[in-house]
Design a protein around this ligand. Structure first.
Ligand SMILES: [Fe+2]
Length: 115
């Protein structure tokens, strides 16, 4: 592992517990209509990440490919889960990047087709 790294699952079919707690889970339709709003919900993570003053998710950033769509900030009083209302013009990879104050940056992806 390199120092400046955004972490993903080493083996997506066999995630470690650390990976399951941190990799953003992106819930959204596989296909959407151009310029119509839909929901993208992001959870951290596949199993609940701890939420306590010394260990919590600080934020999650949402991207369409490499275009920044938005950010949700969290405090130790908040469940690290958020729903964004989004409209897209073309098919893209939705990327979520989250920061855990102890375990660094993690990335989750989902492909969305725009019809
Ligand atoms: Fe963590």
């Amino acid at each position: 592992m390199q120092y400046y790294e955004v972490k993903q699952a080493d083996d997506p079919n066999n995630k470690t517990e650390l990976e399951k707690k941190h990799i953003p889970v992106i819930q959204a339709p596989d296909k959407v209509k151009k310029d119509e709003y839909f929901d993208i919900t992001i959870k951290m993570g596949e199993i609940d990440h701890p939420v306590e003053p010394g260990h919590f998710i600080q934020y999650v950033d949402l991207y369409a490919n490499y275009y920044h769509l938005g950010r949700a900030n969290f405090t130790p009083e908040m469940k690290p889960e958020v729903t964004f209302k989004v409209k897209l013009k073309e098919s893209c990879t939705i990327r979520g990047y989250e920061l855990c104050n102890l375990h660094g940056q993690w990335q989750g992806n989902k492909e969305i087709t725009v019809e």
